[in-house]
Design a protein around this ligand. Structure first.
Ligand code: HEC
Ligand code: HEC
Length: 454
């Protein structure tokens, strides 16, 4: 990374030695505005107002070159300055974006920075466009315009709203597995069946404090709270979201941990929030089941975004699955698959027109082999299919003919990378079925590995 302050001082020298000699009055005006108002933005260690929506990968500084003239040529030649109507310049529109944010709180937080940036750029562009000499100038050969180093797809991926959307699908969607203990807002005072759970939840809050109220009323507030909590690190408490090592996030270590040991008097010991972690809620998620995968994949992605680790489109994870309440259960796993082995089940739909199975899977789930030799999981629907997964009656998992491809992780790929998708080398067989895909555990579609064709 270039350090703005170092470049800043170089610029200062470069600007004032040769250029100052024969500058016109207009030139001087534009240069003055640049030095007084644009350079401070360039040098500031603080992120620009773009951070309101972009967690990484783009900053207003990326568009500033170390000199007034170069910055102008760079922006003009990228079409970001409109020399005919300076006020309509695209760079001003980009800065103005924040005004349109539906999130009022966020809009207000960044208002001051945004306004300062907007006014500075508007004044400087205006001054530049009054300078006929400058307007005629062409960049030297080999001139490199200034723009973010990351491609647009990476910039879009690092958007806050995309991260929140992914959080909703991967983490928020799993919250009912934590009911009622951590979901005070899912408790309905008018529902007689919720009376007991509500009392239990209150007791837990009394005993363990506000931290039990893990899920807030909206995904945005929940995420915000966890991000803030994760900044507090202590010897007795792992971070909620561990950006260095996603699998060591309390968010996933707690629900995959057992109850604390019992003392002699029969009371539980104090639950531990460092390894080995114990959880007063007991074991709620199995390592490598589909909730585990979704949650760890989300923390990993979030960590890569804020760590600015995505450089190219190839680095981006698919992030295209959406949870459903449809369950798939496979019985009769062979003895050669040890208990705990991760298994991925991919659902392929029969294509009536082409009279063949769709090569792209419609949905998938992941689970581990249980002692009863079963693999269980709720389905995640993929890709553009996912958009229609929630709209009524338009599910991509309509009743019909399906083929389940069974992949078994005997190469321990998932231990290395919990977000991994298994491939042809792990394929153990296919099972065809006529499925209804009704919702809920009791209506799971059941298959037997005994019916698999290699
Ligand atoms: C209110 C939210 C918001 C703010 C503030 C914002 N952007 Fe964006 N930006 C977006 C959205 C939404 C997209 C994705 C557009 C799409 O997917 O078509 C985007 C995409 C981009 C892209 C990728 C190219 C493209 O058009 O998709 C660039 C570059 C970019 N923004 C630059 C900036 C810069 C520079 C700033 C600050 C001066 C900024 N943005 C401020 C919402 C914002
Ligand atoms: C039966 C009640 C119960 C259920 C269900 C439950 N938990 Fe817990 N959980 C607790 C209690 C009580 C605590 C506080 C004591 C402790 O740290 O173990 C806790 C603590 C936690 C913490 C630590 C919070 C902090 O800031 O220290 C996390 C994270 C957590 N649970 C995650 C989960 C997740 C995720 C689920 C659902 C998949 C879940 N729990 C299901 C009762 C439950």
């Amino acid at each position: 990374m270039r350090t703005p302050s170092a470049i800043g001082s170089l610029v200062f020298l470069a600007l004032c030695v040769p250029v100052c000699a024969d500058e016109t009055a207009n030139d001087a005006a534009a240069i003055a505005v640049f030095n007084e108002r644009i350079m401070p933005i360039f040098r500031s260690p603080k992120p620009s107002s773009c951070v309101q929506c972009h967690l990484a990968a783009v900053d207003l500084k990326n568009y500033i070159k170390p000199s007034h003239e170069e910055t102008f040529l760079s922006l003009r030649d990228q079409g970001l300055i409109d020399v005919k109507s300076p006020k309509e310049s695209k760079i001003l529109n980009l800065i103005h974006m924040g005004e349109k944010d539906a999130d009022k709180r966020s809009r207000l937080i960044h208002e001051k920075t945004r306004k300062a940036e907007f006014d500075a750029f508007a004044a400087w562009i205006e001054a530049c466009c009054n300078d006929d000499e400058l307007l005629k100038r062409q960049p030297a050969d080999g001139f490199e315009p200034a723009r973010p180093e990351h491609p647009d797809a990476v910039i879009r991926h690092a958007r806050k709203s995309r991260v929140v959307d992914s959080f909703v699908r991967n983490v928020w969607s799993q919250r009912m597995r934590c009911f009622p203990c951590h979901t005070p807002h899912e408790i309905d005072a008018d529902n007689p069946q919720h009376k007991k759970p509500a009392e239990r939840q209150l007791e837990l809050v009394k005993k363990f404090g506000q931290k039990v109220n893990l899920f807030q009323d909206t995904p945005e507030k929940t995420l915000q709270q966890w991000i803030v909590n994760s900044r507090i690190s202590s010897k007795r408490h792992l971070p909620m979201l561990n950006l260095e090592d996603p699998r060591k996030s309390l968010l996933i270590l707690k629900p995959t941990a057992k109850l604390p040991a019992k003392k002699e008097d029969g009371e539980f010991e104090k639950p531990s929030s460092v390894e080995p972690v114990s959880h007063m809620g007991g074991l709620k998620i199995h390592v490598d089941d589909q909730s585990y995968k979704a949650i760890v994949a989300w923390i990993q992605d979030y960590s890569n975004v804020v760590g600015n680790r995505y450089k190219s489109v190839d680095d981006l994870p698919a992030d295209n699955w959406q949870p459903t309440l449809r369950m798939l259960r496979m019985k009769d796993c062979p003895e050669t698959w040890p208990v705990g082995t991760p298994v991925q089940l991919f659902v392929h739909q029969w294509d009536e027109q082409r009279a063949t199975w769709n090569a792209d899977a419609t949905a998938f789930t992941q689970g581990t082999v249980t002692p009863k030799r079963i693999v269980n999981g709720s389905l995640f629907v993929f890709g553009s299919n996912a958009d229609s997964a929630t709209s009524d009656g338009n599910s991509p998992l309509a009743a019909g003919r399906y083929r389940i491809s069974v992949y078994v992780d005997q190469r321990h790929r998932i231990a290395e990378d919990p977000t991994a998708m298994l491939d042809e080398r792990d394929l153990k067989g296919d099972i065809n079925l006529q499925a209804k895909w009704l919702e809920g555990f009791k209506q799971a579609e059941i298959i037997s590995f005994g019916d698999a064709a290699e």
